[in-house]
Design a protein around this ligand. Structure first.
Ligand SMILES: [Fe+2]
Length: 301
């Protein structure tokens, strides 16, 4: 049966092949090129055409797949930058299991001076890597839930076997949150959105500056580790939320559009205890084109 869960596996399979291709430096006969990887968008379109699921499941499935689609869009990057980012990602040890660490669509140094190279390297290559590895390990003994997308796992977290529920919540959330985080940043980022997203932000929050202040405040006030998010609810309204640990907004039926990681591992090497300085710098990394794509996908789904 063709459904969103199986689609997610296909997308992840493409991701694994991409990493394998880079590791083998073109010696694989499968030979996915970067441009071919962009064809995951065709899977996205196929998912839109299915009619087996409820609107909410489609809404959330769109954002989960969308994050991975967006991760392969070479926005404002050269091919060399994309390739270098993929090589960095592929340099980590292989991960066995259903889910794969998505390669960065840019180099670890690409977000300098706002986010430093060492932080990016450890954050993606070690922290995100661990979330994926731990998620796969947890699911290994539970074949009934292995065929489900990470969005589906999190949205139905209370239906996950109790023995692995907390592990899936933490590490599945970590995998999804970070996948969105990487895909919505990029070199030469910052500025302001345009088009329908800009109109919606202005209508909801009064101005871009007000939105910026409210999201920064939410992320700044998050006690301990967590995230600040701009989300879209099932009625098409924008909102700002904060979540602790790796809890994902999808657990509450909210579609995450762009979020900022306020775990100390995201900023402490460069900013130490100055979370506010990190938040100010983060605004200069946002890939608003990727965020607008996520918004349009969620809004039109
Ligand atoms: Fe993180």
């Amino acid at each position: 049966m063709y459904n969103a869960q199986r689609l997610s596996i296909k997308v992840h399979s493409q991701t694994s092949s991409a990493a394998a291709q880079v590791q083998l430096m073109g010696s694989t006969s499968k030979g996915y090129t970067l441009m071919e990887q962009c064809r995951v968008s065709s899977l996205w379109n196929a998912m839109k055409s299915t009619s087996h699921r409820t609107n909410r499941r489609r809404f959330l499935g769109a954002l989960g797949a969308g994050s991975l689609v967006a991760a392969f869009i070479p926005w404002k990057t050269t091919f060399a930058q994309v390739q270098a980012g993929a090589i960095n990602a592929a340099s980590t040890e292989p991960i066995d299991g259903v889910f794969a660490l998505p390669p960065l669509p840019y180099n670890y140094a690409a977000l300098e001076p706002h986010i430093d190279t060492l932080t990016m390297s450890i954050h993606h290559g070690a922290h995100h890597h661990s979330y994926v590895r731990n998620l796969n390990t947890a699911l290994a003994g539970y074949p009934d839930v292995q065929g489900r997308s990470v969005v589906d796992l999190l949205y139905h977290i209370n239906d996950i076997p109790e023995a692995i529920r907390t592990t899936v919540r933490h590490n599945g959330g970590g995998h999804l949150n970070h996948s969105i985080f990487w895909a919505t940043m990029g070199p030469g980022g910052g500025g302001q959105p345009v088009g329908t997203l800009a109109t919606a932000i202005n209508a909801t929050f009064g101005s871009f500056e007000s939105f910026q202040q409210q999201l920064s405040d939410a992320a700044s006030r998050q006690f301990g580790s967590g995230w600040g998010w701009l989300v879209l609810d099932g009625n098409g309204n924008l909102a700002i939320v904060a979540r602790p640990n790796q809890d994902s907004p999808v657990m509450d039926g909210l579609a995450p559009l762009v979020g900022v990681d306020v775990w100390e591992h995201a900023y402490y090497l460069k900013y130490q205890n100055k979370r506010g300085d990190y938040l100010s710098a983060w605004w200069n990394t946002i890939n608003w084109e990727a965020v607008a794509l996520r918004y349009d996908q969620a809004r039109n789904f």
